[in-house]
Design a protein around this ligand. Structure first.
Ligand code: ADP
Ligand code: MG
Length: 689
C-alpha cells in the first residue's frame, strides 16, 4: 500500500498486529471527531473527556530533569493559551514542531493546577478547509507511541484506511450472512457496514454499522462453537454406561448420607443421558461453593465402575486431591471398592503398585493431581474423567487425559467459580453446560460485615470468642504481584499483630504464603486442617477448595484490593460445617467507588452467580480468571456484558442454523460457508474441544 514502506509495515505488525488489508479494516476507530468542531480554549472544562483545539504554536520548551524531563508547547487561540505536553519522543517532536504555525491539536483533556492541557496530543497542521469535501466525522484509531513517532497517530492511521477503500470494492468484502438473517435483524450489508464504521456519513449510520458488525462477530463465534459441539455430539465416539448397577444402587440407597438436591438430581440426569448416547460427553458443571459437586462426580464414577470402566478425578493441588480422597474414602468406606491417591509425593513403592493396578484394570477409581497426566500412567479402560477447579488446567492438559483410552472417556469439568452465563456461552461455548444453582439445606448462610481497620481490636475480640468456643479462623492478606514486597511486609507485620492478640501457648497460629517451600506450606496447612492450630494467617494460596468445617470466621484484610469472585471464593472457606459462620471484610478508611460497590455486593448476597455477574460488569471479561487465554474472547467490537441482547440473538440464530443445516449446504447458507472456509485455521476453537 502506498504510504506503508518496510519500516512502517514492520511497526504495524509489531505494534498492532496488522499484517494484511483485512487486519487494517478490522482495526476499528475508537471514536470519531467532528472535524468542523473546534473548542475555544476559554470554553474547555473538566467535563470534556476529549478536546480538539486550533491555534498558533506560541512557543515551546523542555523543562525538568532526567526522568521528569518533558516538552511543553503553548498553543494560543483568540481566547487563551493552553499547554500541550510530551514525556516521550522529545527529540523527534522538537524536530517537527514549527513555531508560529497553525495547528489542530486533539487528545484527552486534563487539568493541571486549574489549567487545561493535553498530554501527548495528536497534532496536525491546520490546512485551509476544502469546501465540505471531507467527511465531517473523522475516525480516530487506537495507536501506540512508536507508531506516532513514525507518523501514524490516531488520525493518520485513518489515511491508510481511507486509501485502502479506494482500492477495494464490494466484491472484496462479500456478504457473509444469509439474507433471511439480515432481514430479520435489519442489518446493513457487510461492505457498507465496514465502510460506515470507519467513515460514517452520519451518527445514525455509524450506530447501524456497529450493530451489524457486532452481530456478525458474535454470530460467527457462536456458529463455530455450535459446530464444534454438534460435531462432537454426532461424530465423536463415546463409551456407553448402559446400566445403573449394583454399586451405584447400593450406594445411593444405603450409604448416601443425605437426600440429593433437585439440582444435583437434574445434573445427574443430564450426565446420564450423555453417557448412554454413544458420544463423548464434554460437560462443564458449574456450581457455587458448597453446592455439592463432589457427590455428583462420585455417583457418576460408580456408574462407570458398574459398567466396567475406570474413573479418575484430578484436582489442581496436592491438598485438594488429598481432601477429595479423604471425603470419598469416607463415603465409600462400607463399599467393596478400592480407592487410591496418586500425587507427586506418593512413595515410589506405592506408586509402582498403583500404576500396575491401573494398567491391569484392578483399580477402578483413582484420585490425584497433575501426576495423573504423566505418560507412565496408563489405564486399562478409562471411561470417565472428572476435572475439579477447571481453570487451573490448560486445554492441552485436558486433552492429554482423553488420549489415555481408545475411545475417549467422558469428561466432566467442575468449576467452583461461577461464571456468568454470557461468559460461559462464549469462553466455554464448545462444552455442554450444567448448572447447580441450589445449595443443600444445612448451614445458615455466612453473615458478612464490613469493618474499618480502626476497629480491628473488636474484630480480634470477636475472633477470640469464637476460638474460645472451639472454632477456628482464617485471616487473609492480599498478595499482588506488583506490590509483592510491600504485601509480604504487611503479611509479616499482620502476623506479629495477630500473635500479640493470640499469644502462645494458649493459641497457635499457622502461616502459609507463596514464598515458603512447598513442604513447609503443606505442613502448616495440615496443622490447621487437623486443628492443631486455631488460626490460619495466609495469602490467597488457600483460596480454592480447602475444607475445614470447624472454621467459622473469615477475616479479610485490605479487602479493597480483592476482586469480587476472589472474595466470594474466600468466604466459601467458612460455613462448611453446621455452625453459624462469619466473614469480616476489613478495609482502610478511604474507599474508591468500585471498592465500595464490591463490599456492598458482598455484604448483601451469598449467591455466587449474582456475584459473578456483577464482577463481570465491574471488571470486564478480560479480567475474569480462566478466560484470558481462551481465545474465544478475542472480540473486537462486541462486549458480552453490554451487548448481551445481541449475543443471545446471535447464539439462538447460530444454533438454529446448525440444527437444520450442519454442513451449511443450503443455497442460502453458501456465502456463510465460504466465509467460514476463508477463516479456516485462524482461531484455535476447533482445537479446544
Ligand atoms: P462443592 O460443590 O463446593 O465442591 P462439596 O461437594 O464439597 O461442594 O459439598 C459441600 C458440602 O455439602 C459437603 O460437606 C457435602 O457432603 C454436603 N452436601 C452435598 N450434597 C448435599 C445434599 N444434597 N444435602 C446435604 N448436604 C450435602
Ligand atoms: Mg469442590
Amino acid at each position: 500500500m502506498k504510504g506503508v514502506g518496510p519500516q512502517r509495515a514492520d511497526l504495524l505488525k509489531k505494534e498492532l498486529a496488522i499484517f494484511t488489508f483485512n487486519d487494517l479494516l478490522q482495526h476499528y476507530p475508537y471514536r470519531h471527531v467532528d472535524k468542523t468542531k473546534v473548542t475555544k480554549i476559554i470554553d474547555l472544562n473538566p467535563s470534556m473527556e476529549y478536546a480538539q483545539v486550533q491555534g498558533k504554536l506560541w512557543y515551546y520548551e523542555t523543562v525538568g530533569e532526567k526522568s521528569a524531563r518533558r516538552l511543553v508547547a503553548y498553543l494560543k487561540d483568540d481566547t487563551g493559551v493552553m499547554e500541550l505536553t510530551w514525556f516521550k519522543g522529545l527529540t523527534w517532536i522538537t524536530k517537527i514542531l514549527k513555531q508560529d504555525e497553525n495547528y489542530i491539536a486533539f487528545g484527552r483533556l486534563s487539568f493541571f493546577m486549574g489549567k487545561p492541557q493535553i498530554v501527548h496530543p495528536e497534532l496536525e497542521l491546520a490546512k485551509p478547509q476544502l469546501n465540505g469535501a471531507k467527511n465531517f466525522l473523522e475516525p480516530i484509531y487506537p495507536t501506540t507511541e512508536k507508531l506516532k513517532i513514525k507518523g501514524l497517530n490516531g488520525r493518520q492511521l485513518g489515511k491508510l484506511t481511507e486509501s485502502l477503500f479506494l482500492l477495494i470494492s464490494e466484491k472484496d468484502l462479500p456478504e457473509n450472512l444469509p439474507e433471511s438473517i439480515q432481514k430479520k435483524f435489519q442489518l446493513l450489508p457487510r461492505f457498507k457496514a465496514i465502510q460506515q464504521i470507519h467513515f460514517p456519513s452520519s451518527p445514525a449510520l455509524y450506530e447501524q454499522a456497529l450493530r451489524r458488525l457486532k452481530f456478525e462477530e458474535l454470530f460467527i463465534t457462536q456458529l463455530r462453537l455450535a459446530m464444534v459441539r454438534s460435531e462432537r455430539h454426532r461424530k465423536s465416539k463415546g463409551v456407553i454406561f448402559e446400566k445403573v448397577g449394583e454399586l451405584f444402587n447400593s450406594f445411593y440407597h444405603n450409604h448416601l448420607p443425605f437426600q440429593l438436591t433437585g439440582a444435583q438430581k437434574r445434573v445427574l440426569k443430564e450426565i446420564r443421558s450423555d453417557t448412554v448416547s454413544g458420544h463423548q460427553m464434554n460437560r462443564l458443571l458449574q456450581g457455587d461453593v458448597g453446592s455439592g459437586k463432589t457427590i455428583v462426580a462420585l455417583l457418576v464414577m460408580l456408574l462407570a465402575v458398574d459398567n466396567g470402566f475406570q474413573s479418575c478425578l484430578m484436582a489442581p493441588t496436592e491438598i485438594l486431591a488429598q481432601q477429595h480422597f479423604n471425603t470419598i474414602s469416607e463415603l465409600l468406606k462400607d463399599m467393596p471398592l478400592g480407592l487410591h491417591l496418586l500425587t507427586g509425593s506418593t512413595p515410589a513403592g506405592e506408586r509402582k503398585y498403583i500404576l500396575q493396578s491401573l494398567a491391569e484394570g484392578n483399580l477402578s477409581i483413582i484420585i490425584g493431581t497433575h501426576a495423573l497426566i504423566e505418560e507412565v500412567v496408563q489405564f486399562k479402560n478409562l471411561g470417565f474423567v472428572v476435572i475439579d477447579e477447571q481453570h487451573r488446567f490448560g486445554v492441552a492438559q485436558r486433552a492429554s487425559l482423553w488420549k489415555k483410552a481408545e475411545i475417549p472417556p467422558h469428561i466432566l469439568v467442575m468449576t467452583a467459580t461461577p461464571i456468568p452465563r454470557t461468559l460461559a456461552m462464549t469462553a466455554y461455548g464448545d462444552l455442554d453446560y450444567s448448572i447447580m444453582d441450589e445449595l443443600p439445606p444445612g448451614p445458615q448462610p455466612v453473615t458478612t460485615v464490613h469493618r474499618y481497620d480502626a476497629r480491628r481490636a473488636q474484630v480480634m475480640d470477636f475472633m477470640r470468642s469464637e476460638i474460645d468456643a472451639g472454632r477456628q479462623a482464617y485471616i487473609i492478606f492480599p498478595l499482588i504481584e506488583e506490590s509483592a514486597k510491600l504485601d509480604y511486609e504487611n503479611l509479616m507485620s499482620g502476623y506479629e499483630n495477630v500473635k500479640a492478640f493470640f499469644p502462645e501457648p494458649k493459641y497457635w497460629i499457622s502461616m502459609v504464603h507463596g514464598r515458603q517451600p512447598a513442604d513447609q506450606k503443606e505442613t502448616n496447612m495440615q496443622r490447621f486442617v487437623r486443628g492443631d492450630t486455631q488460626i490460619m494467617v495466609s495469602t490467597t494460596v488457600i483460596e480454592v477448595g480447602v475444607n475445614v468445617p470447624n472454621a467459622t470466621v473469615m477475616v479479610i484484610e485490605s479487602t479493597e484490593k480483592f476482586g469480587l469472585s476472589q472474595l466470594h471464593q474466600l468466604r466459601g472457606r467458612v460455613g462448611r460445617g453446621g455452625a453459624k459462620s462469619y466473614c469480616i471484610l476489613i478495609t482502610g478508611p478511604k474507599l474508591g467507588t468500585e471498592a465500595r460497590e464490591r463490599i456492598k455486593i458482598m455484604t448483601s448476597t451469598n449467591n455466587g452467580f449474582e456475584i459473578a455477574e456483577k464482577d463481570l460488569e465491574l471488571r470486564g471479561p478480560g479480567e475474569i480468571e480462566g478466560t484470558r487465554q481462551s481465545g474465544a474472547l478475542n472480540l473486537k467490537l462486541a462486549d458480552i456484558v453490554k451487548d448481551r441482547p445481541i449475543l443471545e440473538a446471535a447464539k439462538k440464530t447460530a444454533e438454529e442454523i446448525i440444527e437444520t443445516d450442519l454442513e451449511l449446504g443450503a443455497a442460502e447458507n453458501l456465502q456463510l460457508k465460504q466465509y467460514l472456509m476463508s477463516l479456516q485455521g485462524k482461531t484455535p476453537w476447533s482445537r479446544i474441544s
